[in-house]
Design a protein around this ligand. Sequence first.
Ligand SMILES: [Mg+2]
Length: 130
Amino acid sequence: MTSDPHVDGQMRNVLVADDEPHIGRIIQLKLEQGPYRVTLVPDGRTALEHLRSGEPIDVVLLDIMMPYASGLEVLQELRRLPHRSDTPVIILTAKGQESDRSQAMELGATDFFTKPFSPKKLLARVDELF
Ligand SMILES: [Mg+2]
């Protein structure tokens, strides 16, 4: 009998912040094929509310261009939170500018994906974190 992560409590919690609903939905559907429970939020402010709370979050995916707070601003803020200082963060950007990538890495991003990206590759990258 194979183990079922849904019943074995091996599910990981992923916070996904993206203001484009169809992109967020694609990411959610892909990750939910793996042992991931996805919380999808549409802006940086809501992402920070989740991050400041004590809820379990094992990995964070942040779009850069979002209302209220950019993904880079959220990243900077979450690295100041003691309980999130080591949480893996993957930055997603539509721009693909090298300055975004270097800034994201300086702020403590774990990885960086340029849109349009392969949802399959994103899932594989998240799998690699664990
Ligand atoms: Mg966006």
